[in-house]
Design a protein around this ligand. Structure first.
Ligand SMILES: *Cc1c(COP(=O)(O)O)cnc(C)c1O
Length: 457
């Protein structure tokens, strides 16, 4: 076959199997996929593949296009709250709640006793009051929205005083100075990168100061010659000068994590107890729930935030509220905490993970070709991720794959190419799969994926 003999687009679109994709993707998209496959065939050196081979390529490309929505993946990175992989997996009871409440009507904003309009935040509000000691709480789309809303409500055209050591950038596009500017507030930086004192806040105060703001430097630490004004001290200075105090706690632990062997992380209750007026956290970080942002604090202030017209644009739907409420219920009921997958994963013992790794490696190695990647059980360390506890290494175990040809990136790409995709970590010349973030129920799938990746070699 010569270049000119490449079959016409309509020969493919007329094929029943190809045409079947029109129901999922639409006619135009199918045509585009066919054209793109034929385009790359044309660009390849001669000879051009036969119709049958091209048709297989077209069907594979259509299949990828049709499933390029969200897919379940196996997280072998050992990063428990991996932002790119959707952060916290939800508890079974949270999923049940989503199913049940999503399938029909609910009393989302309906007061059953009075038979009239009610508040959508009442139920989680009560749970959050109980868990944090705050007088009131409001749920919005995420923590970035929570910060924006608090600043917009109290600091528009006013000054917000922040320590230079806390002007953070977190993942993606959340840069505190930019968020402040967007909300119409003026940022007043005080102190230095490593040291800020109470007198810095006092000196910065003007009659136009709205807020003293603390942010949790979630994803980095300043160590050594450093000084910071802690929450109780900042709350006291704010009170004395008659301005509000606000802490963007971000990671949002509701319980002490040292019991899971993690470093101490301030809880929402501790910030409230310290006298800070308002605190904002994420729902899908250390809380282990759905994506959302929680604003907790003084009732009169939370009411003002809720009355901000922008709150309406940032509110969450019934699915998020039901998942959050079911997750919070697991904190309130004694002994249920490890029903939240994040805590269940934290509680896994490295020895148990190593035994799983040994069993998986034995199954993968059995009958493997001589040139297949070598698999070995290995100790490794997991991290919490999501910009939380950056320095905490959690002893873990999993599988190390040694690509015999030395191409670790190609092996990791083959693992990602499978269904479900397996996301592994590449370090130096090896590929690692940390079993802490892989549910044991997925071990058979993982064995099959590892065998496939080895065979495709
Ligand atoms: C993660 C984080 C945010 C952003 O939270 P999202 O829920 O991802 O919007 C804001 N502030 C701090 C301190 C954080 O750690």
């Amino acid at each position: 076959m010569t270049r000119r003999a490449i079959p016409a687009v309509h020969r493919f679109t007329a094929d029943p199997e190809v045409a079947a994709f029109q129901r999922v993707l639409g006619r135009a998209a199918v045509r585009t996929v066919v054209q793109s496959v034929l385009g790359s065939a044309r660009a390849r050196p001669l000879p051009v593949a036969e119709f049958g081979a091209l048709r297989r390529d077209v069907l594979a490309a259509l299949d990828r296009a049709a499933t390029h929505g969200l897919l379940p993946v196996i997280n072998g990175t050992g990063v428990l709250l991996h932002t790119n992989l959707g952060r916290a997996p939800l508890a079974a009871s949270a999923l049940d709640a989503v199913r049940q409440l999503g399938a029909g009507y609910t009393n989302l904003e309906y007061d059953l006793a009075a038979g009239e309009r009610g508040s959508r935040d009442d139920r989680v509000g009560a749970q959050l009051r109980e868990l944090t000691g705050a007088e009131a709480a409001l749920v919005v789309n995420n923590c970035a929205a929570a910060v924006l809303l608090v600043l917009d409500t109290f600091a528009r055209s006013k000054e917000v005083v922040v320590s230079r050591g806390q002007l953070i950038e977190i993942g993606g596009a959340f840069r505190l100075p930019d968020v402040l500017r967007k909300s119409g507030a003026t940022l007043v930086e005080v102190g230095t990168t490593n040291r800020t004192y109470g007198r810095d806040y006092r000196d910065a105060w003007t009659p136009n100061t709205a807020l003293f703001m603390r942010t949790h430097p979630s994803n980095y630490r300043i160590e050594g010659f450093a000084a910071d004004v802690d929450a109780p001290a900042l709350a006291a200075i704010a009170k004395e000068l008659g301005v509000l105090s606000f802490e963007d706690l971000g990671s949002g632990a509701l319980v002490d994590l040292t019991r899971f062997g993690l470093p101490h992380e301030p809880t929402v209750a501790q910030v409230v107890e310290a006298g800070i007026d308002l605190v904002s956290v994420s729902g899908d970080k250390l809380l282990g729930g759905p994506q959302c942002g929680i604003i907790a604090g003084k009732a009169s202030l939370v009411a003002r935030v809720a009355a901000n017209p922008i709150a309406r644009a940032l509110r969450v739907d019934k699915l998020t509220l039901s998942a959050l409420s079911a997750t919070l219920a697991l904190y309130l009921e004694p002994g249920r905490l490890t029903d939240i997958p994040f805590f269940a994963m934290l509680a896994l013992r490295p020895e148990a993970l190593l035994r799983r790794a040994e069993a998986i490696c034995a199954r993968v190695s059995r009958g493997a070709a001589a040139r297949a990647p070598r698999v070995k059980p290995r100790h490794m360390s997991s991290t919490t991720g999501g910009g939380t506890l950056p320095l905490a290494a959690i002893p873990s175990a999993g599988i190390a794959l040694d690509p015999v040809d030395g191409d670790a990136d190609a092996l990791a790409a083959r693992l990602r190419d499978g269904r479900p995709p397996v996301i592994a970590r590449v370090d130096a010349d090896e590929v690692f799969i940390d079993l802490r973030t892989v549910p044991e129920s997925e071990d058979d799938t993982l064995v099959a994926a590892l065998r496939r990746a080895a065979a495709a070699h």
